[in-house]
Design a protein around this ligand. Structure first.
Ligand code: PLP
Length: 430
């Protein structure tokens, strides 16, 4: 008897796509939770902080907005996003250069669909870039980074990748502070990468969704050094704690604005039509900034930085290699140096590592293989977000600097994370 699956004709591009690693870990977490086990959620990359109050107030005030908005976005929002980039990066754009979408992920998909070229990404990279390319039927060219360079792309590696065919159309995605490592690039490194991109006329998608969460507030956009073909990707999901609101932004340079942006807008008009109206009105307030939002951002950065420093110290003390991040809320520990003791637990791959760690300790991480690393390499992504961000941020409301955010503060407000890290350390030592 034929089963239903055989009768359904599937697009060849999606036929072999595996289930995401995030889902597998989530399913196991849910099952263990049901069995009464305490689960430490260091797998899912969601901001722990609340949406800033002025932005929430603006959403409430605009709940009645019910009309479809222009496909490229609410004009006031496009203007606020352009102003935001002038103010924060010193790169001047106009409202015309901005495209609004229901999350930057959707805009990335439209970009990959619209532009006919290979996708070049470093490994490790965020989980969705490569599957999007595969769904569309594009080639993915991975550039393998190493831990000596803090898992970052170098200008030399990019040059090497482009050598085979100088004229081939390509999109390169550079994401920093990065998911999964949390690292950023210095000004001179950005200049060097920009010079290679310019030489090969690469379309550079600079995914700066964690830019505002640079722990020192020192994010620099590569668009400064390669304005001709850099598209800046951003949105509300990470720095504004509003992942579920679904609002993303693309900012185009003048010369790509006409062709690429217009065709992406046509695609948008035939797929999602426009982004939710109340959310767009509220987003205007978020991009306008001001002191309340600045205070919120500084407190978020101080807390994230202190947590990351303590985790790096603790994990390094039991023999893991882990780089100190510059921003975002991720770490990318490498367990290779303690492979021997881990293999004794029957673990040989990054997926087995995460599964066993979850079963033994209740700590959920994501395997490095989900980010494009070889499965036999014992790397994993740790998202230090399992705490009540509203409580933590109000507890430091009156702080004028980060001095008060010490280990005791973290014990009081981010206790679960410290407990989870101690469990990982004990697991390695046991
Ligand atoms: N880029 C990176 C590196 C991310 O980590 C994420 C979300 O996790 C996104 C883009 C997508 O963000 P959104 O679609 O919510 O704007």
């Amino acid at each position: 008897m034929k089963n239903n699956f055989q009768e359904i004709s599937l697009n060849l591009n999606v036929r072999g796509l595996p289930q995401s690693a995030t889902l597998a870990i989530n399913e196991l977490s849910n099952q263990l939770r049901k069995e009464g086990k305490m689960i430490y959620r260091l797998g899912l990359g969601q901001s722990p902080f609340p949406v800033p109050q002025p932005v929430v107030d603006e959403l409430k005030a605009n709940a009645h907005q019910k009309d479809y908005l222009p496909v490229k976005g609410l004009p006031q929002l496009r203007e606020a996003v352009a102003d935001y980039h002038c103010r924060t990066h010193g790169i001047c754009y106009t409202a015309e250069d901005v495209l609004i979408g229901p999350g930057s992920k959707e805009l990335m998909f439209l970009l990959q669909y619209t532009y006919y070229g290979d996708l070049v990404i470093p490994t490790p990279s965020w989980v969705s870039y490569a599957p999007q390319a595969l769904i569309i039927g594009r080639q993915v060219r991975w550039i393998k980074t190493n831990r000596k360079n803090n898992w970052r792309l170098s200008a030399e590696q990019l040059e090497e990748q482009c050598k085979d065919d100088e004229t081939k159309p390509r999109i390169v995605i550079l994401n920093y502070p990065s998911n999964p490592v949390g690292v950023s690039y210095s000004e001179s490194e950005l200049k060097d990468i920009a010079a290679v991109a310019k030489k090969h006329k690469i379309i550079l998608l600079s995914d700066e969704i964690y830019g505002e969460l640079h722990h020192e507030g020192k994010h620099l956009s590569i668009a400064r050094y390669y304005p001709e073909r850099t598209i800046i990707s951003g949105g509300l999901s990470k720095w504004c704690g509003a992942g579920g609101w679904r609002l993303g932004t693309f900012v185009f340079p003048g010369n790509l604005n006409g062709r690429l942006k217009e065709i992406m807008a046509v695609m948008a008009s035939e797929t999602f039509t426009s982004t939710s109206a109340p959310i767009q009105y509220a987003a205007v307030r978020a991009f306008q900034g001001g002191s309340e939002i600045e205070n919120y951002l500084w407190r978020s950065r101080w807390i994230l930085k202190k947590i990351s420093q303590i985790i790096v110290l603790k994990l390094s003390s039991v023999g893991l290699h882990v780089c100190q991040p510059d921003g975002a809320f991720y770490l990318f520990p490498d367990f290779s140096d303690v492979r021997e003791s881990i293999e004794k637990k029957g673990v040989k791959t990054s997926s087995e590592l995460c599964k066993k760690l979850l079963e033994d300790t209740g700590v959920a991480l994501l395997p490095g293989s989900a980010f494009g690393r070889p499965d036999e390499e014992l790397t994993a992504r740790l998202a230090y977000v399992d705490f009540d961000g509203s409580r933590a941020i109000s507890a430091c409301k009156t702080f004028t600097n980060s001095d008060g955010i010490d280990e005791q503060f973290l014990k009081n407000y981010c206790g679960n994370i410290l407990k989870a890290i101690d469990l990982i350390c004990d697991w390695i030592k046991s």
